[in-house]
Design a protein around this ligand. Structure first.
Ligand code: A2R
Length: 315
């Protein structure tokens, strides 16, 4: 791979960067002004590596005449202009499967954290309030709650398997009902119906034009004042201003959020709310998974260079 010019868009992972540097001709996009870089090196870039937040948009793809492959360090490829890649014959890969367990673990962790108020209880102890004020307030049980999943794919199924162990009935919505595969899960043809029949709503579908703001005001109101929204998909799946208003008014009970519409900017109002648990897009953020994701990116680039079948092709 020594001759492969790879443009890394963002320092996504130290091990990946080190291996790209060792095995390829690596360009770090953040090290020089964009125009200056493109003037000097655009023709040498054959591969782009980005992640969930830094992808190859139409402008970047147009600026790279020798681009052959975009290898994303993420399962979601909503930041990659897939139509443009298809048009130019540019291959696209992602990192599915290897992050499924971690993202599902986090979804369940967030649901429990919101209902049992784990971060708030932790702050209570740290602030010395246990001693001065006495026992902490009662919280709400997670076991047995009806869990609705938007997108029963790899991550959605992993969430379902986990919550089954908590005796939670599983509901789901996606474009296709899978009655024969999941006879014990209840399908709802609309997200509003799913939310009306769930206590916890988990977003686990890809982001595209049809899923942007799939969690609308109407959906949040259907979930209701005791309902909890868990987003481990993408920020724009949820109408964020509507969510903030619904949480503030008590029309939505709580939220556990790993993703936001304009990362790393989080709506100021959420920071003061006691019914939300906020984490900084860390769904796949374990040593184990990030290493596996990096190896998958490297494996895809290597397969491409050797003209072998790509390991996880999207385009
Ligand atoms: O709709 P279907 O039957 O193709 O099911 C897929 C579902 N899905 C949708 N659900 C509701 N409305 C839609 N317009 C829609 N489009 C797709 O999402 C499928 O069950 C699920 C996606 O599953 P996988 O492709 O296996 O993706 P994975 O690995 O679970 O990751 C899901 C997303 C990523 O794209 C990232 O944005 C995020 O989770 O981390």
């Amino acid at each position: 791979m020594e001759s492969l010019g790879v443009l890394l868009l963002y320092p996504v992972n130290a091990y990946l960067e080190q291996e790209l540097d060792r095995r390829c001709r690596l360009y770090r996009f953040w090290e020089s002004p964009r125009d200056e870089f493109l003037r000097a090196h655009a023709g040498a870039v054959r591969a782009v590596v980005g992640n969930a937040n830094y992808g190859a948009d139409a402008a970047l793809i147009d600026a790279l005449p020798a681009l052959e492959i975009v290898a994303s360090f993420s399962v979601g490829i909503d930041r990659v202009d897939l139509a443009k890649c298809r048009e130019r014959g540019i291959r696209v890969t992602n990192t599915p499967d290897v992050l499924t367990d971690d993202v599902a673990d986090l979804a369940v962790g967030l649901a429990i954290a919101v209902l049992r108020r784990i971060p708030q209880a932790d702050r209570y102890v740290r602030a010395g309030l246990w001693k001065s004020r006495g026992d902490y307030t009662l919280t709400t049980r997670f076991s047995g709650k009806r869990v609705g999943i938007i997108g029963l794919g790899r991550i959605g199924q992993a969430v379902a398997r986990r919550v089954e162990a908590f005796d939670c009935p599983v509901n789901y919505h996606q474009r296709t009902e899978q009655k024969s595969v999941y006879p014990n899960y209840t399908y709802y043809p609309t997200v509003v119906e799913l939310a009306s029949n769930s206590d916890v709503l988990v977003v686990a579908c890809p982001l595209n034009a049809s899923t942007r703001h799939i969690v609308s005001r109407e959906v949040m109101e259907a979930l209701g004042p005791k309902g909890v929204l868990i987003n481990v998909g993408r920020g724009p799946h949820v109408d964020e201003p509507e969510m903030v208003a619904a949480l503030a008014d008590g029309r939505l009970g709580g939220a556990g959020l790993d993703v936001f519409e304009d990362e790393p900017n989080v709506p100021e109002a959420l920071l003061g709310m006691d019914n939300v648990v906020l984490v900084p897009h860390v769904g796949s953020g374990t040593y184990e998974t990030r290493k596996a994701m990096a190896d998958l990116v490297l494996g895809n680039l290597e397969a491409h260079v050797l003209s072998k079948p790509l390991l996880t092709p999207v385009v």
